[in-house]
Design a protein around this ligand. Structure first.
Ligand code: LIP
Length: 334
């Protein structure tokens, strides 16, 4: 049972606060990104669990700054941040208003100068994502949403609602229902945990999403023969490509609630859906903490030209197809 009530005005206050946090963090992330080839660069990297799981002094600096603001201005709210959990905090999700933050999503991109880097700021209440702000300060793209208020793309100096563009983008027509996975542009990621028992089923799944022919084995899964597979290296920005209507599908096993919390509400407000990556029926708390995500884009613009039941049927069709080709991989929460 939901234990925390809130008003539309509360959500607006939280949204404006999250935008302010993104405005503070942007220049710091950009400064780190632009100074990566200076002689001090060797001090940039701190390895986490393995050589592909990177964190930089900027991840830690940005999270500290954002958290200090939340502690000061959002009394009684909880906080879950990638770097705080990495440093040993428990990070349990409860019904309390909880800010779920990835200070730099796409840290590997940040280190290599690939401009798909973003701060991701989500807020859950009663374990449901209700506010999301994702900001890529390198490309100056600000994605924002609050529950029931729509999703917008703007730049940091625009008012998202009046000057921004409503999502999904229409170029020039609203996104139409996708007849099958074979017509889809799909995003997926290898992730940072490259142990054989994790990477092998993921690679097999990506293979089956894109392959024309099933594997030559008796229990081979079906294939999707998608138009293409893309890996941006940032869960948040993969989701924003789905929210805009540029990617049709995003599938990933292994990312965490800070990678996706803001993305879930922005995608939903853009008419997309986010479900378990491998076929479980889950509620939002299980989805957020389950580490397996399947995201499908809107099948209609904001003009209501396609009936909601036709949109839902088209999205379900794609979800079922993806579930039938990917491996059922379950990852631990350590
Ligand atoms: C990364 C994600 C990426 C995923 C990695 C990792 P980080 O986040 O956004 O898409 O594949 O496993 O979680 O570490 O850059 O914040």
């Amino acid at each position: 049972m939901a234990t925390h009530s809130y008003t539309a005005q509360d959500l607006e206050t939280y949204l404006q606060f999250a935008i302010r946090l993104a405005k503070m963090a942007g220049p710091v992330i950009r400064e780190g990104f632009n100074s990566r080839f200076t002689p001090e660069r060797s001090a940039l990297l701190i390895k986490k669990g393995n050589s592909a799981d990177l964190v930089t002094e900027w991840d830690q600096k940005v999270e500290k700054m954002v958290r200090a603001e939340i502690d000061e201005h959002m009394k009684g709210h909880s906080f879950i941040g990638e770097e705080s959990v990495a440093a040993g905090e428990h990070g349990a999700l409860t019904d309390a208003p909880t800010w779920i933050v990835d200070p730099i999503d796409g840290t590997c991109n940040f280190v290599h100068g690939f401009p798909y880097v973003a701060i991701s700021i989500g807020l859950t209440i009663n374990q449901e994502p209700v506010v999301g702000v994702i900001y890529n300060p390198i490309l100056d793209q600000l994605f924002t949403a609050a529950k029931g208020k729509g999703a917008f793309l703007s730049t940091i100096n625009q008012d998202p609602r009046s000057e921004g563009r409503r999502l999904p983008l229409s170029h020039p027509h609203p996104p139409a229902p996708l007849p099958s996975l074979s017509m889809a542009l799909v995003a997926g990621e290898y992730g940072s945990d490259r142990k054989a028992e994790i990477i092998d089923p993921k690679v097999k799944s990506m293979r089956n999403l894109s392959a024309r022919d099933p594997l030559p084995e008796p229990s081979a899964r079906k294939v999707g023969h998608a138009h293409g597979i893309r890996c941006l290296g940032s869960a948040a920005l993969n989701m924003m490509c789905v929210a805009q209507g540029q990617f049709d599908v995003y599938w990933e096993i292994g990312c965490w609630e800070w990678d996706v919390c803001a993305g879930i509400i922005i995608t939903r407000e853009a008419g997309g859906i986010v479900v378990d990556g491998c076929g479980d029926k889950v509620n939002d708390a299980q989805l957020l903490t389950g580490r397996r995500f399947l995201v499908v884009r809107a099948c209609s613009g904001n003009d209501g030209s396609i009936l909601p039941e036709d949109v839902a049927a088209a999205q379900k069709n794609i979800v079922d197809e993806v579930w039938s080709v990917v491996e059922n991989l379950r990852l631990k929460r350590e």
